[in-house]
Design a binder for this molecule. Structure first.
Ligand code: AFP
Length: 341
């Protein structure tokens, strides 16, 4: 990118302009997705502003605490959930909502219904809020199968059926990364304009990376392929340099780095938690979709992550995602392990 020319740019590609351009390539499109996306963008701006003000506004803390004005405070994850639920309902374009915060799926009132099902984690990594580490919103979007017969099966679909996925990272800048099934683009919020501007067009993940990312504190319970792979990252036997370890513990931040710099992000299953920790619908699927769209791979230890069929809305799955070659390596280790088992 030419930064000198950039400083004087007057022709900005906002996220709305980008999606409208995409829409114009599909004559059958009626603008419903553009409307839904504009509501997602509003939710992201709202949460970004709340996250930035968290320390000041004393939003951090337990739900139920009161602030100096005597008003009840909400925890940021509770607030974010409300913001997004309201944004989706008022868009008039959704029919089922699955949120990490809500035990049950929300079936939208028929008067407000549209054809999209949204699965989302309104504020992922929220245990990092108090120390100011990057956190984010993750979302995936399905199209309902039969508008006249909406059931939970409309969201219990493999991730490969998603029509769009993305995340918004609330960090040193606010970045929205989106795929509608033809590549991945990143938009950064310009606070002076209040607009997300295309800053990372057509993101491609490096074919191989130099970073591995995993919670090594769980190593004692890992299965042997995961342990073997991590050992190989540290003590390569092919003459290559060891990989660096980076782990933030906030999936949006760890995946964002993986997307831009390459390498592998892992949350494996282990003896204590055979299905790992991450949720299929609103963590594993959207991130796997983005990584694949950027040219990488996502694997569960058994199959392609996007081929999983969730049985329940809050199901979990192990995941290994990132650069094509790095994921290929761990797939080979799992295959070899299966043959000897
Ligand atoms: P929290 O939302 O409870 O902070 O969990 C974040 C998360 O779901 C995901 O963002 C991280 O990748 C993962 O958990 C970190 O888990 P560990 O703390 O077990 O490493």
């Amino acid at each position: 990118m030419d930064h000198a020319a950039d400083a004087n740019r007057t022709d900005l590609m906002t996220i709305t302009r980008y999606v409208l351009n995409e829409q114009s390539k599909r004559p059958e499109s009626r603008g419903d997705f553009t409307i839904l996306l504009s509501h997602i963008v509003l939710g992201c701006k709202f949460v970004c502003s709340a996250v930035n003000k968290a320390g000041l506004a004393k939003l951090i803390g337990l739900a139920g605490e009161t602030n100096v004005q005597g008003e009840e405070q909400k925890k940021l994850d509770v607030l974010s959930n409300e913001v997004f639920i309201n944004a989706f309902l008022s868009s008039g374009r959704t029919c089922i909502l699955v949120s990490e915060e809500d035990e049950e799926a929300t079936f939208v009132d028929p008067a407000l219904r549209g054809k999209y099902c949204v699965v989302f984690d309104p504020l992922d990594g929220s245990s990092n809020i108090d120390c100011g580490v990057s956190i984010g919103t993750i979302f995936g979007i399905y199209m309902v199968k039969d508008f006249n017969n909406i059931t939970l099966n409309d969201v219990l679909q493999p991730g490969k059926n998603m029509v769009a996925a993305g995340y918004c990272m609330y960090g040193s800048s606010c970045t929205l990364v989106l795929s509608t099934g033809s590549g991945v683009n990143g938009f950064t919020l310009d606070p002076s304009l209040g607009e997300f501007i295309l800053t990372h067009p057509d993101i491609k993940i490096p074919k191989k990376g130099k970073i591995y990312s995993v919670n090594e504190g769980n190593a004692k319970n890992w299965d042997s392929p995961t342990a073997k792979y991590v050992d190989k990252c540290k003590f390569p036997t092919d003459g290559s340099s060891p990989k660096s370890l980076r782990y933030i513990g906030s999936m949006v931040a760890d995946v964002h780095r993986t997307l831009l710099y390459g390498g592998i992000f892992m949350y494996p299953g282990d003896k204590k938690s055979p299905d790992g920790k991450l949720r299929v619908l609103y963590e594993v699927f959207p991130m796997s979709y983005l990584i694949e769209q950027a040219g990488g791979q996502a694997f569960t230890g058994k199959i392609r992550a996007l081929d999983l069929i969730p049985q329940k809305i809050h199901d979990r799955s192990p995941v290994f995602l990132g650069s094509y070659d790095d994921v290929e390596d761990i797939k080979a280790i799992y295959t070899a392990h299966e043959k000897t088992a």
